[in-house]
Design a protein around this ligand. Sequence first.
Ligand code: ADP
Ligand code: ZN
Length: 756
Amino acid sequence: MPQDSPGLVEVALPVPLFQTFTYSIDPLIRAPLIGSRVVVPFRNATTIGICLGPANSAALPRKVRRIIDVPDNQPVLSADMIALCRWVADYYIVPIGIALRTALPSLLTGAAQPQPARKTHRVVRIGANLPTLLEREKAFARAPQQRALFELVESLGGQSTLEHLLKQLSFSPSVLNALEKRGLIAIEAEVVERDPFATRPVTAADQHRPSDAQAAAIAAVNAAKPGEVFLLNGVTGSGKTLVYIEILKRLVKERGKTGIVLVPEIALTPQTVDRFRAVFADDIAVLHSALSDGERYDAWLALKRGQKRIAVGARSAVFAPLDNLGAIIVDEEHETSYKQGETPRYHAREVAIVRARLEGAIVVLGSATPSLESWANADTGKYTLLNLPNRVGGGQLPRIDLVDLKRRRSPDEPREGPASPAYPYVIRDELDAALEQTLARREQSILLLNRRGYSSFVQCSECAAVVVCPNCSITLTAHRAPERLLCHYCGHQEAPSQVCRRCGGRTLRQRGLGTQQVERLLSDRFPRASIARMDVDTTSGKWAHAEILDRVASGEVDILLGTQMIAKGLDFPNVTLVGVVDADTGINLPDFRASERCFQLLSQVAGRAGRGPKGGRVLIQTRVPQHHAVMCAVTHDYLRFVREEMPGRIRPSYPPNSRLANIIFSGSNAEAVGNFAIAAAEWLRVLLDKQQIQAITVIGPAPCPIERIKNRWRWHVLLKSLQANELTRVSRYFMERFPVPANLRTTLDRDPVALL
Ligand code: ADP
Ligand code: ZN
């Protein structure tokens, strides 16, 4: 047994090395507790690390350096959080120091000032309770002013700012001072919270009684075992939010527990957040990407101290520093934004499940279109399935009609359409008529332009067939210089053909159509309509999304046009028409999840229509009306989609039928990256062969579909396995041992949500 060495501690540092470090304690400063921050010398600089506990004396470096400082009285990470980060480090193959850093606000981990300067204001709090009327009469017998002020502060929830009482409510300072002297109130300095949600008005709480289906779901979750995971499969508008709220009400308000609500992106779902705030008010900390480092730190501190008991936020909120955790809600669990795109590439849904298990909490995954992974887990009984099959209040799912873009408008219309399409090509007659009628009725429309394709593919202009790889059932991507079609999974390539293999028609390259272009066409056609466009270009400001959505809510906007960011969570009863300009772009992405994404997106955006008593309809323009992703969205048939999609994930096998780790090689020299990837794949094959590991398949190498990002060339190798543990073991072995030359980089993406 290795011995703990007194005076030595093990420290995790946020550096790309798979190891921890040993430092000695300075007897002149306090000894760090487990989970405390420590400032230590590392190479030629000082770094902030986390103390993991006493170091054992085995394998000590010759010269141990000393800790420079222990800045906080209290650990910043609990034992549970350290355990969670150890899981993240292990599963996603990242150094523990980097996993720990992810769980903390950047102000605490940056090399900057360990403690930020804080702005404070003065707060008045009730200092003594006067529960009976008798006590009250006695205390304020000759001081009606003092009584008025005291009771006002009580009615404000027991506290208010000094400024508010003096300026807006015009109380005199002498009354305040008198109360303070008597100990009936206390005046304290408090840090000003810098939360922009604080200035957003709190809406009134919904007063709906749960429907039978909602009540059944709530009851099932209330009877949960610790660590249990529920999949709440509820159609759009089935009232999933109410279920989440009732579950949290019981846990947080009645049982004194805490909770986390994960949403795909806060800025896109202000309405959902408003509903939680309406019920839980000051108990909520909203964490979102628009927060400054200081604001994020404030929220973190409030949660850590128990001043806030519910964290609402995007994926990183899964690390909210809450004790006594009761539940983690993952709304729209199928959304890919739950996966972090940079190291550590964790999936918040998976982290939520592990965290809940560690802390005895429960998890509710909600979606109208669950990911196939979650569906498979519910199917095998690993998760408990809950259904909300209908819209609440007798509402109907909207009727969906298809407009076939292959159909020519007139016999003399050119087959391929003009290079720069005019309005009638972009918005077909059916959709145009629907828009016109909706405008005339003073109702609102949402138009989705699903423009996700980065890479071009080749499609037949006659039968719409797309050229796919013979080995992979994946769309081939068109490349220039030299002209060729390439499979990004296995490296298969072929020369582009001028004729379609299926029908002999002429093939053409597909190009994108921009939202800006569509906006211009629409405003020419409907000059009097108020059109709002929502895409990455119009939403760079801090609150741009919320502002656009507020304008839609107030009825100011007639037509909301946008990319997939408009598909989520919006609940506007006056939206009676949803149009999808082009459903197909996503379907042909070279990714095994392309159909699933398309189905989810169409279902979600269709779900925005007809959420009020006026009902609504949906029109989807498509070249592939027969595609199962489109057909099943039209019939609102999730189960059928699963049935039709699953076989395509069996041979060749893809999640949920196997597990993946995508290893990406990148660098600025194209040839060096290619050779590096080839060497890595060979190294892996030799390793598996020597160790006789049959549970893992190596696929590739091949260039990534997006071959170059920020001037770096990219190649990848895919590891597939049915066994998660084997995949962890081999991935770790590779990441720790395979030598990486100076100007090249290797990243590993476990459970990738896309292989682009
Ligand atoms: P989902 O998230 O499932 O799409 P929401 O939670 O947004 O659905 O609920 C849709 C609408 O139905 C909301 O406006 C909500 O206030 C309302 N609602 C929820 N539950 C009920 C209920 N039991 N009765 C009536 N209306 C309800
Ligand atoms: Zn292939």
